[in-house]
Design a protein around this ligand. Structure first.
Ligand SMILES: Nc1ncnc2c1ncn2[C@@H]1O[C@H](COP(=O)(O)OP(=O)(O)O)[C@@H](O)[C@H]1O
Ligand SMILES: [Mg+2]
Length: 321
């Protein structure tokens, strides 16, 4: 079972669109796929035609300890694609979680329980988690429950801004809570091949993340923007449009990348940023290698503070990891 967090704390970069349509593409290729909506905005839930006002039990009840994943999961209208919906009540979830015992492992435990309930084998081939546009406790739950991180990136001027913080947090989670975690894919979404800026930003990111960057890009395509309002995946809405082709190609590439054993990158941001990224990358965001260990309590600001203080950078294949 490949467990993937689709994450970028920027909003509007294509996380939900990617989760739904990579999920649907994999399902159409014969895989059993579960997509989870961790975003209190409930966009994935609506995209797959569920009503977040009326979908109890949802992930809200799961995080409250009142429902199991098995009770929350429903079949979508795509064969083999299952969804764990969010409800509007999730809006207060980050705050409620603060006082929950084991607050960062709720989702991991829920997945383990689902496997046990399935006789010890995997109920799904893929679990894709659509994260909220923040790096709080809900996103932390996803990073602890998954082995892989996919980062959708919109290749524009500010693409690198915030990426440093995300990498720091992935590092911190690897070190303290989930040593299996790695960034296995970065994908350019809402891509405009016409602009030089897109190419420059992508070249910049590629030069720092190498293999993790997907060959496939998701082109800007209006059908992808229209499909959610019809409650349909892109394959149900228009199976031959560019968006459908791109997501099928991306799913295929993600399947093949498994064999390539993606590097356990938690890469570096440019040390000497190129002119393209200079103003948009965070200058003090180099991941740390030697920050002190402590308990697993979570503070989303902690990662960057540690990194800033340590001032060291981490390279791929660091033996400590
Ligand atoms: N490739 C694309 N082409 C055109 N519109 C897109 C594309 N990908 C996403 N969108 C639209 O952009 C908006 C943001 O995408 P979304 O997947 O919701 O981002 P996120 O989950 O990161 O906030 C949505 O309205 C979505 O329909
Ligand atoms: Mg979203």
């Amino acid at each position: 079972m490949r467990r993937v967090a689709i994450i970028n704390q920027k909003g509007g970069v294509g996380k939900t669109t990617t989760t739904v349509n990579v999920g649907a593409a994999l399902a159409r290729m014969g895989h059993r796929v579960l997509v989870l909506d961790l975003d209190p905005q409930c966009n994935l839930t609506v995209h797959l035609d569920f009503d977040p006002m009326n979908c109890s039990p949802s992930l809200y009840e799961l995080f409250q300890g009142k429902a199991t994943l098995g009770q929350v999961v429903r079949a979508s209208s795509e064969p083999r694609l299952f969804v764990a919906p969010a409800s509007v009540d999730m809006a207060g979830m980050e705050l409620e979680l603060v006082n929950t015992v084991g607050r960062e492992v709720v989702l991991r435990d829920a997945l383990e329980t689902a496997v046990e309930a399935y006789g010890g084998s995997d109920p799904w081939d893929w679990v894709l988690i659509d994260c909220p546009p923040s790096l709080g406790l809900l996103s932390l739950n996803a990073l602890v429950a998954c082995d892989e991180v996919f980062v959708p990136i919109q290749a524009e001027f500010f693409a690198l801004q915030g990426l440093g913080k995300l990498l720091d947090i992935v590092q911190l989670v690897r070190r303290r809570l989930n040593p299996e975690l790695r960034i296995s894919a970065m994908v350019s979404t809402r891509h405009d091949p016409q602009t030089k800026l897109s190419k420059a930003v992508i070249d910049d990111i590629k030069s720092h993340f190498g293999d993790a960057f997907c060959e496939t890009v998701i082109r800007r395509n209006v059908k992808l923007a229209e499909a959610p309002s019809h409650g349909k995946t892109i394959f149900q809405y228009d199976a031959i449009c560019a968006g459908a082709q791109d997501y099928l190609a991306l799913a295929q590439e993600l399947l093949e990348r498994k064999d390539k054993a993606p590097s356990p990158v938690v890469g570096e941001l440019p040390q000497s940023p190129s002119p393209t990224s200079q103003q948009s990358s965070e200058p003090d965001a180099s991941p740390s290698t030697d920050a002190p260990e402590s308990d697993s309590s979570w503070d989303a600001d902690e990662a960057s503070t540690e990194a800033g203080e340590a001032g060291a950078s981490t390279s791929i294949g660091d033996p400590e990891r």
